[in-house]
Structure formats: structure tokens, C-alpha cells
Ligand binder design. Structure first.
Ligand code: SAH
Length: 346
């Protein structure tokens, strides 16, 4: 019998696998603690389970993990990029950032990305596959066990490679375990999922018990220019409506990310339209000056253009911040992650 991947099970699937072995349900909570709080990679380390159960688990299941292939540190800031490899040989990029005492893990949900937004380097490499839920969780676990001080709080952003809502099943499985008291125990404010925004999927997530913050990559103020930049994006009106309902339901603001592209979407009329469409709504706007990459068809606006945009926006829009991207020198910043095609095996 082929062994099952225990970290790819949802909490309910794990519980029924354990009760199916004639064990009490709370054993599955103990297993979650070993896997995600203590980070063990062998069943014989799970010392509060009977020897018999540990042997049985070892016969039926494997515990997956990611191996670190490369670690690159920025010379300019406190960010580092990690190249991690799964058992199948898939290479995954994860970024760890630090600012003002907070550590944030930026995780990938897919290898490559099928969206092909014209300003994003990830899209230029095409799409390879969805990451499994255990591959998403193991990115967090790898950094938590190896690079984050024990008991130190950290944040997670789904802003690495891929579009999380196009890998919904694995992403929601991972979110459930990130939230669980027996596993990562991360509160709503510690997790942000960034998406181009599929309104129907956002509505479904609004109705779910999953706890996370929502960020929408808006990037334009007319449907026409949004479509041009992001061919798979839905209309702005319905996208903002879905984000607003999500935010009101969770009693929080949704973030609107807006990549500033010189001469394309950073003109005074763009700033005015952005202020109009967000005025009085539960949003915060996060402006991201474009991070340039080789061959990119766009330029980063000058500081003067960024200032002009902010000055028009500020008086009427809800909270506005300018993201000073970290890791630009190591290609770790927003939109700079690129798919590595080589698959190395030892
Ligand atoms: N697919 C999801 C997750 C990717 S997050 C999404 O689109 O939200 C990546 C964020 O970085 C998005 O807000 C995207 O608009 C932004 N981005 C992409 N390329 C960029 C670039 N070259 N410079 C700055 N921001 C970029």
C-alpha cells in the first residue's frame, strides 16, 4: 500500500484517518502539534502517542518537508530569498522580510503563474503546477523552524509566485492549518492573501470560517486598462464590491495593491479616479512603485511622480501607504520571482 502524505490531509481528513485506526479523535490534535508546532519529521519522535500508534502511522504515512537549496541575503535590507526543493524535485521560492521588528514570510502558492500580468516577471516564465497544501505549509514551517526565533510572532503573505485563488483547494486546506490552535495558531491579522480578485470565489471565502486578510491587486482605475495589464482580471466594480463585503464581514479593511507604472497608471486622473472609487469604503491603499526587471516593458515612476499621485489621493482616499519593496537587489521583491526550470536531484 502506498503511504499517504499526512501533511496534505485537511484537519477533518486527518481526524477521520486517526479514528479509522480505532484511536481517539484528540490524538489527531496531538499529531498536528508535533507536525506544525514542534516540526518533527519522524513519527517515532511523537512521544505522547503509544509506540503501537507511532509504528502504525509510520507504516501508513510519510511526513513531507522541503530541503533548502540556496539562501540569498540582500545587501540593502533585512530580506532573504530561499530556494526550497520538494521530494518531487520541484523548486519553490520563499522570501523572509524583516522590518521594524516584524518578520514576514512571503509564500508561493503555485510554481510559475498562469495569469500573465504584463508587469510581472513571474508570468513570463509560464505556469508549471499548483503547489500541494503541504508544500505551501512547509514553506512556513521551514522558516519557522530554521530562521525565526522560537515563540517570535511572524506574519504570512500569499504574495510569492502564483495566484492563490486558482489553487483554492490547497490554499484553503493550508489556511485552515495556519489558523488552527493545534498547528500554527495564526490570527486573522497575521495572514494576508493577495489576489487579482475573482469576485465569486471571494464571496465563497467570505462565507467560510477561514481567518485571513484580503489584498486585491487592483493596479488600474478603468476596466479597459486593468484588462490590458491583467488579461484575466474581472471588472473593477464587482471586484471591489466583493472585497468590501469580505472586509465588512470580517470587520477589517481590505488592502488594494496598486503597482505604479510610469506614464501608464500614475497620472493625476488615475489618482482622482482611485480616490473616487475608494472614498468612504473599508479599504487601505498600498502603492507599490514598479520593481524593474530585465526586459520589462514598464518603468518605475520618479519620486516626484509618486509624490504627486499620493498628494491627490491622500485627502479623499482611505489609508494610503507606499510600499518600499525589500529585496530588490536579490530579485526577491514583488513581481520579481521567476521560475527555475532546472530540476536538480542529488
Ligand atoms: N497573484 C496574486 C499574488 C501575487 S502578489 C496577486 O496578483 O495578487 C504580487 C503582488 O506584486 C501583486 O500585487 C502584483 O500586482 C505585484 N507586482 C507584480 N509584479 C510587480 C512588479 N514588477 N513590481 C511591483 N509589484 C509587482
Amino acid at each position: 500500500m502506498k503511504k499517504r502524505n499526512i501533511k496534505a490531509l485537511s484537519i477533518t481528513e486527518l481526524a477521520s484517518a486517526i479514528t479509522g485506526l480505532d484511536e481517539q479523535r484528540h490524538r489527531s490534535d496531538q499529531i498536528l502539534q508535533w507536525l506544525y508546532q514542534k516540526g518533527v519529521t519522524r513519527f517515532d519522535r511523537m512521544t505522547n502517542l503509544s509506540l503501537e500508534l507511532r509504528r502504525l502511522l509510520d507504516k501508513r504515512f510519510v511526513i513531507s518537508s522541503l530541503e533548502q537549496i540556496e539562501e540569498t541575503h540582500s545587501n540593502r535590507d533585512q530580506s532573504a530569498k530561499y530556494l526550497l526543493r520538494s521530494e518531487a524535485g520541484t523548486l519553490i521560492e520563499t522570501v523572509l522580510m524583516e522590518s521594524r521588528g516584524y518578520q514576514t514570510i512571503c509564500i508561493s502558492s503555485q510554481v510559475g503563474c498562469p495569469l500573465r500580468c504584463s508587469f510581472c516577471r513571474t508570468g513570463t516564465g509560464g505556469f508549471e503546477r499548483n503547489l500541494r497544501s503541504d508544500e505551501i505549509l512547509n514553506q512556513v514551517l521551514h522558516l519557522k523552524m530554521n530562521r525565526i526565533e522560537p515563540r517570535h510572532r511572524f506574519n504570512i503573505v500569499f504574495m510569492g509566485m502564483g495566484e492563490p485563488l486558482l489553487n483554492l483547494e490547497n490554499v484553503t486546506k493550508a489556511l485552515e492549518i495556519l489558523n488552527s490552535q493545534h498547528a500554527f495558531a495564526l490570527a486573522q491579522k497575521r495572514i494576508t492573501l493577495s489576489t487579482i480578485g475573482f469576485p465569486d470565489i471571494i464571496e465563497r471565502l467570505t462565507a467560510s470560517p477561514l481567518k485571513f486578510g484580503l489584498a486585491i491587486s487592483l493596479n488600474a482605475t478603468t476596466d479597459r486598462s486593468r484588462r490590458k495589464l491583467m488579461p484575466q482580471a474581472a471588472g473593477i466594480g464587482e471586484t471591489l464590491q466583493a472585497a468590501e463585503s469580505f472586509a465588512r464581514n470580517r470587520r477589517m479593511r481590505a488592502t488594494l495593491e496598486y503597482v505604479l507604472l510610469s506614464g501608464v497608471n500614475d497620472r493625476p486622473e488615475d489618482a482622482r479616479r482611485l480616490a473616487d472609487m475608494t472614498h468612504g469604503r473599508p479599504f487601505k491603499i498600498n502603492l507599490i512603485p514598479f520593481n524593474e526587471w530585465d526586459g520589462a516593458p514598464f518603468k518605475r515612476p520618479t519620486e516626484a511622480r509618486i509624490d504627486r499621485f499620493v498628494k491627490i489621493l491622500l485627502p479623499r482616499a482611505p489609508a494610503v501607504t507606499v510600499r518600499r519593496s525589500q529585496g530588490t537587489d536579490i530579485d526577491a521583491a514583488c513581481g520579481q520571482l521567476r521560475m527555475r526550470r532546472e530540476r536538480c536531484r542529488d
